[in-house]
Design a protein around this ligand. Sequence first.
Ligand SMILES: Cc1ncc(COP(=O)(O)O)c(C=O)c1O
Length: 437
Amino acid sequence: MQIVGNTLEHQWIPFTPNKHFKADPRLFVRAEGVYLVNHHGGKVLDASSGLFCSNAGHGRREITEAVARQVQEMDFVPPFQYGHPGSFELARRVAELTPEGLNYIFFVNSGSEAVETALKAALAYHRARGEAQRVRFVGRERGYHGVNFGGMSVGGMVKNRESFGTGLPGVIHMRHTHIPENRFQRGEGEHGADLADDLQRAVDLCGGDTIAACIVEPIAGSTGILVPPKGYLKRLREICDRHGILLVFDEVICGFGRTGKAFAAHSFDVTPDILTMAKGITNGAVPMGAVAFRDRIYQAVIDATPAEGVIEFFHGYTYSGHPVACAAGLATLDIYKNEGLFERAARLSKPFLDRVFSLKDLAIVTDIRGYGMLGAVDLAPSGKPGQRGYQTLIQLFEAGVLTRVTADTVIVAPPLIAEESHLDQMTEALRKVLTRH
Ligand SMILES: Cc1ncc(COP(=O)(O)O)c(C=O)c1O
């Protein structure tokens, strides 16, 4: 594709400095395996699985063929009052992967929609049980739960909030878990489990029976791979149980093998009541998200409407369980299973984290974190916050490596099919670029 004149003018690009990007775009035209090809024909190593989506690598024939077959056979079915077998089969397959007791799956189109669905279902559940006074949510600083109003409100990233009003009423934020005592800690930090007591403080302040749900990412992804301190998630679980609060794990990044198991809930051995997912569910090939619910949540909402033929949950999207997304999802789950990719991620984690942590000696590196196939390197800011991070993203791209950058933190999350040679390429590029600063 030739980029000429004002070809790029008309798109308002998401989460990107538009003017700068349009003056010097980073466009891709092809993708296969762990590589993307940019519009100059250069090969770029995908060290962030796109945006934590393409866990099985790009251009997987099994997925593209399933998608092509489905779109030819039946492109669309209304998901309200009608259906198609693929979505029921995918729900069954997803429920096989989710932690025990979370067997009901609601389909959406993105991580943001998964979060909105989780929050609304939490309210509907409490109301169905005669606890309509539970209307508060507890989120966490440095949490990211997408960009819609509910997710923005429970999220904790100032830039994502400050231009957009006050958000949902009645939201309380716990402190984040990125504390200096855990610097350069690989895996879970030794310090900070007591930060979970912020949930108890919210209970003490507002009354436990006013809180509908507490939502956290088991590992906060978008704010720089903040791995939970040892015991932190268990403590959240205990406090939720004591006060009838639903615990929501937002696993939009953590899910589908990223932590070395199907979900982070398995890795940390803590079972939430609601689990949101997206991205890896279709390997990024078709937009899709989903929410898994504990059986009793589904049952309570359904049973609260005894009259036959009456809708129980007034919620859903035109593209919920879209046939093409379901075909992609089923083919993706087959790949994960047949190739043992979650187990592969667990094996690859050590060599991956060895390499990420090998950057510790660099002068501008102020912290490194990692778990499973997620790693983050904090850089000392130079100039305005985020400036060095942005320069690094561009320099790494020029060095042939695609990464995700948040403020002055470089995040790496290679596809689970990566070979050690790819990890070497990623680390060498990082070292070269970071040494130049
Ligand atoms: C934890 C988490 N929740 C929600 C979202 C939003 O997902 P989407 O961009 O698909 O709406 C993301 C996106 O990265 C995420 O990391």
